[in-house]
Design a protein around this ligand. Structure first.
Ligand code: FE
Ligand code: CA
Length: 566
């Protein structure tokens, strides 16, 4: 099958919506062409240099991402009417000016240029700035016609071969818009971090509900419907990205993003038989979801989608201190395994979990990850990952084991490959002297787990790394506090999982500080996500000492449940 055909059909369909004439007024010389509908055939080849807008087009904010020692990506999208087709823009390319400076008042501009916002990409722009100085902040701004964007702040990575004092970064995931407010993002924005890592479920594809705490936004039906094509995925991002707290978190720090399943659909897996007719609709939907993802994130050119394919797994270095390995555990994974009854489990696993033919990473990504561990020279290797990697028994009965619980979507559902990855990671960490730190989203709860080469070893001797699982920004909404107003914090063993150190089920994120000697992870959680006045609480901080053999966690965790420390 020809994926170019898929893309062409998709774009034609997206363009077959009438424009909103009120919101975009072209300069008089081009107005006759610019407002002629349908736009496809008569589209003007030359970008409009000085568009005149009825409304400010920077409604979705600005963002930066993918920091290197000498550059970053600057992002914005022109959308004067974000809930209209093409964000209220004409089916016509428009010029966008950008500039980047060493000061927040933009007096010392070091580079500037003009980017083209094309309707083919929803009038988004991805500027790859090069030639910047390492490990310092920069400020940037976009302009189109007479309209100015907010001023964004970003930061370059430390230079190769240097050992920076530390890197402060937040990681987060799972921000279902209609289940909670983004007050956790407001807290991230206030932290002055060097980097934000998003682990997926940036959008949810389900039909949008209308909760009372979001009643200040009028959501048109076409925006609320479950997206199946490019136009409707674009509406979903337009809805999410209008949130002021999310915009501030993007505006103030560079991000590195990866996706989980809901950027396409629930429990999505990418390994489909492409030559079967039944796969056509799946691939077409996926191509639409991937394109909308690229259009709305500060990604590099390597991630420009090619139909239903988008290169997302990648590594970024932060001097000799830390390497971030961003995984894509969705695009290449084998289909969901079949769950089984307790009686059919082998050593706590269903048959599919132990099938050597099933893969979460896909062969190419697995080789890339494991080969990379051989070459690494940084102290910390952060593996930015979607689903829980540690083996977890979800059965509270000490006589029974159910690894991964009732769903097969986690690494436990691909246990054969997981244990292969774990053994290789541990061996490389020992040989090259780095600590692996897996950071995870997906489960909408906070956990801290040891990673061990022998999951049945309760002595701690086979611990070689740490997994920090961050809760959701908003997904699942409020969990009530206890009667005394406290959180549900449990320190230590849960359900007989000796490698578990921490659990809580409120919303929030994790604030990390990687230093040369020590890596710490602070769990910041929200008492609720239905009241915009709610403030984040620091629930517990865990740290891993670099000098110790294996990852010994030095925790400050106050058990909030009587008897919770067991
Ligand atoms: Fe989620
Ligand atoms: Ca059990």
């Amino acid at each position: 099958m020809n994926y170019r055909d898929i893309v062409a059909r998709m774009q034609a369909r997206a363009m077959a919506r009438p424009l909103n004439r009120r919101t975009f007024l072209m300069g008089s010389a081009v107005s006759a062409v610019g407002l002629t509908y349908p736009g496809l055939a008569r589209r003007q080849a030359t970008p409009v240099a000085t568009p005149v807008f009825g409304d400010n087009p920077f409604t979705l904010g600005v963002a930066s991402g993918e920091p290197l020692p000498d550059g970053v990506v600057l992002w914005t999208r022109l959308a004067p009417q974000p809930f209209e087709a093409f964000g209220g823009m004409p089916v016509q390319a428009v010029e966008v000016q950008w500039r980047i400076a060493t000061d927040e008042h933009l007096t010392d501009v070091v580079q500037s240029g003009t980017a083209i916002a094309s309707p083919d990409w929803a009038h988004s722009v991805h500027v790859e700035v090069e030639g910047l100085e390492a490990n310092r902040p920069y400020w940037y701004q976009f302009q189109s016609g007479n309209e100015l964007s907010p001023v964004g702040r970003t930061r370059t990575a430390p230079a190769a071969g240097t050992m920076p004092d530390n890197l402060r970064f937040a990681f987060a995931s799972c921000q279902r818009w209609d289940q909670g407010l983004y007050t956790a993002w407001r807290d991230v924005a206030a932290q002055d971090v060097d980097l934000v890592v998003h682990l997926g479920d940036y959008i949810y594809e389900s039909r949008v509900g209308l909760p009372p705490f979001r009643d200040d936004v009028k959501v048109p039906v076409r925006v609320a419907l479950e997206p199946m094509d490019l136009e409707h995925y674009r509406y979903r991002y337009a809805l999410y990205k209008q949130d002021p707290h999310l915009q501030e978190a993007h505006r103030l720090a560079p991000w590195m993003v990866t996706w989980d399943d809901h950027e396409v659909h629930n429990n999505f897996f990418g390994d489909v038989k492409r030559d079967e007719p039944a796969a056509q609709m799946v691939l077409e939907r996926r191509a639409a979801a991937y394109q909308a993802y690229y259009e709305h994130q500060p990604l590099r050119k390597e991630s420009i989608p090619d139909g239903p394919d988008l290169q997302l797994f990648r590594k970024r270095l932060f001097g000799d201190l830390l390497q971030v390995n961003v995984l894509d555990t969705r695009q290449y994974r084998s289909g969901q395994g079949i769950n089984c009854n307790a009686a059919d489990r082998t050593d706590g696993y269903c048959a599919d979990s132990l099938d050597p033919a099933r893969s979460l990473l896909g062969a190419r990504q697995k080789a890339w990850l494991l080969d990379g561990f051989q070459e690494t020279r940084t102290r910390w290797n952060v593996i930015a990952n979607q689903v829980p990697m540690a083996r977890i028994d979800y059965d509270a009965d000490p006589e029974m084991q159910s690894f991964g619980g009732t769903e097969m979507d986690k690494w436990d559902g691909y246990a054969y490959e997981r244990d292969e990855v774990v053994q290789a990671m541990s061996a490389a960490a020992g040989a090259n002297g780095f600590h692996p730190v897996v950071i995870t989203g997906d489960v909408h709860a906070s956990y801290v787990w040891d990673l061990k080469t022998d999951w049945d070893d309760d002595s701690g001797e086979t611990v070689f790394g740490t997994e920090f699982v961050g809760t959701s920004i908003s997904s699942n909404g409020d969990n009530p506090l206890r009667d005394d107003g406290g959180f549900t914090t449990q320190c230590g063993n849960r359900n007989g999982n000796a490698h578990n150190h921490f659990y809580d089920n409120h919303r929030g994120y994790v604030l990390c500080n990687a230093g040369a000697e020590r890596y710490s992870a602070e769990y910041r959680v929200m008492p609720n996500v239905s009241d915009d006045a709610a403030e984040a609480v620091s629930l517990a901080t865990f740290s891993v000492d670099w000098n110790q053999t294996g990852a010994q966690i030095d925790s400050s965790c106050v058990p909030a449940v009587p008897g919770g420390e067991s």
